[in-house]
Ligand binder design. Structure first.
Ligand code: ZN
Ligand code: ZN
Ligand code: ZN
Length: 365
């Protein structure tokens, strides 16, 4: 989701009219809303930093991730949940072959997946809009949104424009709203962490490479000084010369440690993630009741196939909540696991389930 889509969606749920015009939003705000967000009743917002300011209207407001408006938008919503309901247009559900769709949409590497039932439903989705920021010697930030389906524990991969034509609606009729929102929030916070780390892969990788390079140069530099002083110590004939060179050797080692600490500090990345808003809507979907079988154990889970993606939604890993399409099942409870959450123990080399155990269950003697 872009900042522009997020801004339009939140303002529309509060009674604004928002018209998208390229990288700009044309807003008509009720007077009370306008004063709460500190904008005019007729307002243009610009989201593209490269927009030429000479051609832009004089009273247009530029918005980026650092704008106070972004925080203000979140505070317009219910302070406890930051929840807004919308109605978004979805294509109708067409008949499908559920067995084939299940086969196409999920791979169980060490077990069997069996379809028990497929029913057509209207499913609730919560779109968690979060802002993230990574700080090191430079800064990287953006918005991440996750469409969580709490009933299936899955994540729908919907484009931001789903919300472009969304209309506000009353959500008070949704049944079991609280527990579903709580289940979705628990999944969202864990899944977002892995999604953001994935998105920052280049940034974090470049930090790691530069840190390694700086540390290597530092070591080479101090190695040079060190061996030079050692040669002087060996050649020194007078005890006081030798003592002063030994003293220099110690000072050099201390200097090296301090410089290493500087480099480690300079490239340490602090990643922050905080929620801005939750947008709820319902969509037509098929709900699959599915049995996962691993040797003698089995588990009953739900998968969801929605009309917009026309595909099965990836379910969240039972260990880390990362949405995945290929999974392993654990031996004890047939948990649905990503490769990291079923990876071998570094000590004994045996695989174990990170949903069943926080550490390797075998004794290492
Ligand atoms: Zn996992
Ligand atoms: Zn082990
Ligand atoms: Zn398990």
């Amino acid at each position: 989701m872009t900042l522009q889509e997020f801004t339009a969606t939140v303002l529309k749920t509060r009674g604004a009219l928002a018209e998208t015009d390229g990288a700009a939003l044309q807003l008509v705000l009720p007077p009370e809303l306008a004063s709460r967000v500190g904008l005019r009743e007729y307002q243009q917002l610009l989201f593209d930093p490269s927009t030429d300011s000479t051609t832009a209207p004089e009273d247009a407001v530029r918005v980026d991730h650092d704008s106070p408006l972004v925080e203000t938008l979140g505070s317009l919503l219910d302070p406890a949940t930051r929840l807004a309901f919308v109605d978004a247009p979805f294509p109708p559900l067409k008949p499908i072959d559920p067995v084939q769709e299940l086969e196409r949409g999920v791979t169980i590497r060490n077990g069997v997946v069996r379809l028990r039932e497929s029913v057509s439903v209207r499913t609730i989705y919560f779109c968690f809009v979060m802002e993230y920021e990574a700080l090191a010697d430079e800064r990287r930030g953006g918005l991440v949104e996750l469409w969580i389906n709490p009933d299936a524990g899955s994540v729908a991969d919907w484009p931001g424009f789903v919300l472009e034509t969304a209309e506000p609606r009353d959500g008070s009729l949704v049944s079991d709203l609280r527990p579903r929102l709580q289940a979705a929030a628990a999944l969202a916070s864990r899944a977002a962490d892995s999604v953001v780390r994935h998105r920052l892969e280049d940034f974090l990788g470049s930090l790691e490479r530069r840190r390694t390079g700086d540390l290597r140069r530092l070591r080479e530099y101090f190695d040079g000084i060190h061996s030079e002083i050692r040669r002087k110590v060996q050649r020194a004939t007078r005890p006081e010369t030798r003592a002063s060179e030994v003293h220099r050797l110690e000072a050099t080692a201390g200097g090296y440690r301090a410089r290493v600490a500087d480099v480690v500090e300079r490239y340490a990345a602090r990643v922050r993630l905080w929620p801005l808003a939750v947008i709820a809507c319902t969509a037509p979907a098929y709900r699959f009741k599915v049995q996962l079988l691993r040797r003698k154990v089995s588990s009953e889970v739900t998968f969801s196939w929605n009309a917009l993606n026309r595909a099965l939604e990836p379910r969240c890993c039972d260990g880390c909540a990362r949405p995945i399409r290929a999974a392993d099942l654990c031996d004890d409870q047939a948990h649905y696991l990503c490769d990291r959450c079923f990876s071998p123990c570094p000590t004994c080399g045996r695989r174990y389930c990170r949903a069943c155990h926080t550490r390797c269950p075998r004794r290492h003697e």
